[in-house]
Write a protein that binds this ligand. Sequence first.
Ligand code: RIB
Length: 302
Amino acid sequence: MSIVVVGSIGIDFVAVAARLPQVGETVLATQPLHIGPGGKGFNQAAGVGRLGAEVRFATKTGRGDLGRQARSFLELEGLLSPLAKESDADNQVALIFVDDSGRNMISVTPGASADLHPPDVAALGMGPGDILLAQLEIPVATVTAAARHAKEAGATVVLNPAPAAPLPDELLQLVDIATPNETELAMLTGLPTATTSDVVAAADRLVSLGVGEVVATVGSKGAIHVDRSGSTNYPSLLVDAIDSTGAGDAFNAGLAVGLSRGLELGTAIELACQAGAYCVTKLGVLDGLPTMAQLEDFVELT
Ligand code: RIB
């Protein structure tokens, strides 16, 4: 069973300061600028690969220096393949602010990611038992096309609806597992997600709209699984957060790897929570994506 990730690759520019700026305010950073690979698609694909599962990554890099950097990061993570297309547009870039509690604010210029179209994902080569893992930093039409191919091939469709965007009915029906955070779940359903019971009610709504089941991430509190038969909470590990950027990506990578290994969904969610907790203890996303051995050591020591 292999995992196919369809999504973005970006270059992240990260400024760490004592606190996040307010509107109209300039805040001096307390650390040198951190530059590294990012994009939810790349982070999740690299996360899957580092955890030891077979992965292929359909994406689009941009022109110039940033596009070349993106391709070299793909190569370093073993993700460069004919599924990694090139565009004349600028590469995706993310501007990220992180405060000393590890909280972040992110703005993404999609560039080449917006140029990843349905024909680019027409030949994913998926088979029964494979897993498609997608996010929403690429056009929704492309995610829908990939999900359609995956279902026709007998694969499982996992959608991390980040950043949140309106989802067409067809896509909702194609998704086996959706993994929104509280903000995305609220935007997708129009319902509040402030409390655990709010999250369960909103996830129920998403299921009633056609999604198979929902694994909602709730920050340092872990995750909540909701399907037609009820809900289950999965607590996270208690850690000191350095940078929460990419925690959701590490979580989704862990979930997909758990499922590809045939673990029960609950056990796969526990693995995902561990990977998400590991990620917040590192600055930048790449260092926060563990190998299975690093993750096992981390869990033992935490
Ligand atoms: O999920 C974190 C990612 O979101 C960052 O790496 C940034 O690139 C944005 O896409």
